[in-house]
Design a protein. Structure first.
Length: 333
């Protein structure tokens, strides 16, 4: 076992004591009482796209350029190495280097969430420790899914408990069934919300009933629910979500932060009008055209998108025109 992993293990008792001593509250826009969360995740987080050069190497200069442009947008923080960061296509060394690069450029008052989920518990622990050493504030841990038939509630609770026990930084659960084919069971979420080092979940499934139930069932815990898409952000806030990790924020970050602001102020009519204009562009850069669509749209708004790593293929000219028309029809271009 690496020294850093042994060190994390030795710190578990102190970490648990500190986390349990932190305030625990009912959370979300639907509540007005309770103490502050131990680490407030309220707000918008763009899950950063990873820039690649024409030869498909990580382009750190372009990454830094995008970060400078994002600095003027009131994001709560950034997510690196999520699904939109082409995380499965990066080597372990690259994953750590990307986190280090972003941390150097990111103001300390903005949170850095880093994806560290692997298929095995041991690999997840090791990468989580490495992410913490590279400067991540929070580990975002996706559900292991290759042997999804064996991923019972008990297996997933054990996995996340082991990872969170060993992690030197707080953990956010990550359920993205469109990519994994596995929805983190509600029973597992409720159990894991009681863990002193698990502070929330990013739920990308889009089931608002499920999200509302998560908020309700974990209301006594230091646990926050984050919407995993801009398409249902307003609805998520209405049932008590704290914030959103939204691919579209790579492109329309100001608009997503404005929607967050309107919801927090209770300006629901204005929020609804803005949400309506975001639904089709969000669908276009997620389920319809995916990361190639997201990167192409970024270029129209002054960011570097660039190529994806193979086997992800670029959009065809017809797809590019359809994508542009979607943004234009909703008043963004």
């Amino acid at each position: 076992m690496a020294f850093s992993t042994r060190l994390a293990s030795s710190l578990r008792p102190a970490l648990a004591a500190l986390r349990w001593a932190a305030p625990r509250q009912c959370r979300g826009l639907s509540t007005s009482q309770g103490s502050e969360p131990s680490l407030d995740l309220g707000g918008i987080f763009p899950p950063l796209a990873t820039p690649f050069s024409p030869t498909q190497e990580v382009d750190y200069a372009q990454l830094e350029g995008n970060l400078r442009r994002y600095a003027s947008i009131p994001f709560r923080g950034l997510v690196v190495l999520g699904s939109n960061g082409e995380y499965p296509y990066l080597a372990p060394r690259e994953r750590v280097e990307v986190v280090s690069c972003v941390r150097r450029a990111l103001p300390r008052d903005r949170l850095l969430l880093a994806g560290s989920g692997c298929e095995s518990t041991q690999a997840t622990i090791e990468l989580t420790v490495s992410m913490a050493e590279a400067g991540a504030d929070v580990a975002l841990v996706v559900t292991p899914c290759y042997y999804r038939g064996a991923m019972t509630t008990a297996a997933l609770v054990h996995h996340y408990t082991e990872v969170s026990d060993a992690s030197p930084i707080p953990v956010v659960l990550y359920s993205v069934p469109a990519n994994t084919g596995l929805d983190l069971p509600m029973e597992a979420v409720i159990t894991l919300a009681q863990h002193p080092n698990i502070i929330g979940i990013k739920d990308s499934g889009g089931d608002i009933t499920r999200m509302g139930l998560m908020v309700h069932k974990t209301r006594q815990e230091d646990f926050q629910v984050l919407a995993g898409s801009a398409g249902f952000l307003l609805a998520s806030y209405a049932v008590g979500a704290s914030g959103g990790v939204c691919a579209l924020a790579n492109v329309l970050g100001d608009a997503l932060c404005q929607l967050d602001h309107l919801c927090r102020k209770g300006q629901w009519q204005e929020a609804r009008d803005l949400q309506h204009r975001l639904i089709e562009p969000n669908m276009a850069v997620t389920r319809r055209f995916g990361i190639p669509g997201l990167k192409k749209a970024m270029e129209w708004f002054g960011y570097y998108g660039g190529p994806c790593r193979a086997p992800l293929a670029p959009l065809s000219p017809a797809q590019v025109e359809e994508l542009r028309s979607t943004f234009s029809a909703n008043g963004w271009l």
